[in-house]
Design a protein around this ligand. Structure first.
Ligand code: NAD
Length: 453
């Protein structure tokens, strides 16, 4: 099968490389010339585990090509997957300009009978609008627009694509369903994922409903974490006890600094906008978004409260700047908001992240960047774990104590057991668990739980 992929970002590049790995001939097009040039030279512009190997293999076998020409991507393609961005406008609605551009660029070069599949996350009704646009631009052709939303997670995108928990196909004709199914055929044969065949509107809404539900789950557990802190309970055990109920499930019940990333914030906003347009407001999603917005402020306050004395005299080490581990993506990262908030209060901030430093330098000036966690902590007053990178879970705590001025470790990802941190002589502030002081401080009369954490 010959497949065109429009966009070589986190989703497009993974989609192109995985389809090539499955044996298809794939041509991926991007308007970013520098990106295409780098891909042709064998550089992978994003950090995604397992992806470099796949791209290299695809290029070596000749199954994967990169171009800036939409005509080349469309030539003889059975299927064209649109995987361009759908960010949010200032008003919260999805900005569909990249999707519209893709249709306009494909229309003059697409062949009769090709199925164009929108993989980008787009509001309900977009596929129908794009189909109408294609009809207007090419009344002479029969080009169906189908929906195949993507559920991969950055950090495990290749694995998620190759072992999907479901494949959703929204299409109008059986022929289009067959073609999209055929693209996934080797996967369907080996992994046997549920394949949901729906109308396009349902497929569009499945994606938004999934992301909104995940956002609700996270804001919900974060609110319960606040209650735990006040009531002296432990959120980790509450979440475990709750998650063991199969009706609820344990995933996405980790309390933390709030949800971020390239999907949940924009997709919840877009769903709210769509729901308002249809006159059926999503009050639960609105509450989840509000809770998340407030959480960003409350995390800054949590850190500021942990600093002894004037925050403008404080140096704070931030460990992790990406929105989650195993990615270099900073879009809507809670850690970025944290840094901005602390800098805004006048604190000196030092940042270390295993993969996100280059992108951080572009958007966060007035911050020092350090080559290791320990360099960031050396002489800082407090350290904050903002992203759950595995290396932050195995810090040498004795060394941390010797490097930090006070020493206080604020763990917004709950990577440690309180007793391990306090045993090393470090005050430990985490999420949804009581603030813990080292024994020596308790003996010196510092009342445990006196802070606002
Ligand atoms: P991205 O911003 O990383 O990549 C988009 C790419 O498309 C960029 O390289 C851009 O240059 C290119 N592009 C834009 N307009 C183009 C055009 N007209 N022709 C060719 N290339 C063009 O975005 P992403 O994170 O890969 O997300 C893509 C879509 O997939 C979004 O709708 C997103 O909501 C959805 N999605 C993302 C994820 C994720 O984890 N990132 C998961 C599931 C779904």
């Amino acid at each position: 099968m010959r497949i065109g992929v429009i966009g070589t970002g986190y989703v497009g590049l993974v989609t192109a490389a995985c389809f090539a790995e499955l044996g298809h001939d794939v041509v991926a097009v991007d308007i970013d010339r520098a990106k295409v040039e780098r891909l042709r030279e064998g550089h992978i512009p994003i950090y995604e585990p397992g992806l470099p190997e796949l791209v290299t293999r695809g290029r070596e076998t000749g199954k994967l090509e990169f171009t800036t020409s939409h005509a080349e991507a469309a030539a003889e393609a059975n299927l064209i997957f649109i995987a361009v961005g759908s960010p949010t406008t200032g008003m919260g609605e999805a900005d569909l300009s990249q999707v519209v551009d893709s249709i306009e660029q494909m229309a003059p070069v697409v062949a009769d009978g090709t199925v164009v599949v929108i993989k980008s996350t787009v509001p309900v009704g977009t596929n129908a609008d794009m189909a109408a646009m294609m009809d207007r631009l090419r009344p002479d052709l029969d080009v169906e627009i189908a929906a195949n939303p993507e559920f991969l997670r950055q950090g495990s995108a290749v694995e998620d694509f190759m072992r999907p928990d479901r494949i959703v196909i929204g299409a109008r004709s059986d022929a289009a369903v067959r073609l999209v199914r055929d693209a996934y055929a080797p996967l369907i044969a080996s992994e046997d994922p549920p394949v949901l065949l729906t109308d396009v509107e349902t497929a569009e809404l499945i994606k938004y409903t999934s992301n909104a539900f995940l956002a609700v789950k996270l804001s919900f557990i974060n609110e319960i974490a606040d209650l735990c802190e006040q009531a002296g309970a432990s959120i980790a055990d509450v979440a475990r006890g709750v998650g063991l109920d199969p009706r609820i499930g344990s995933r996405f019940l980790q309390a933390g600094p709030g949800f971020g990333g390239s999907c949940l914030p924009k997709d919840t906003q877009a769903l709210l906008h769509t729901s308002r347009m249809f006159g059926t407001p999503s009050r639960i999603v609105a509450a989840a978004v509000d809770v998340n917005r407030e959480r960003k402020h409350s995390m800054v306050t949590k850190i500021a409260d942990a600093v002894d004395g004037d925050i403008t005299d404080a140096t704070i080490a931030i460990l992790g700047i990406t929105f989650k581990a195993d990615t270099d993506d900073l879009r809507e990262s809670p850690a970025v908001d944290l840094v901005r908030g602390l800098v805004g209060l006048g604190a000196s901030v030092r940042v270390y992240d295993p993969q996100g430093m280059d992108r951080a330098r572009e958007i966060l000036p007035n911050v020092e960047y350090e080559p290791t966690s320990y360099a960031a902590m050396d002489g800082a007053d407090v350290a904050v774990i903002a992203t759950e990178w595995p290396e932050f879970a195995t810090l040498d705590l004795e060394k941390v104590r010797s490097l930090l001025g006070r020493p206080v470790l604020i763990d917004l990802r709950n990577l440690y057991r309180s007793e391990d941190v306090t045993a090393a002589g470090i005050e430990y502030i985490s999420v949804g668990r009581p603030r813990e002081f080292p024994k020596a401080l308790q003996d010196a009369g510092k009342p445990p739980g006196s802070g606002t954490a």
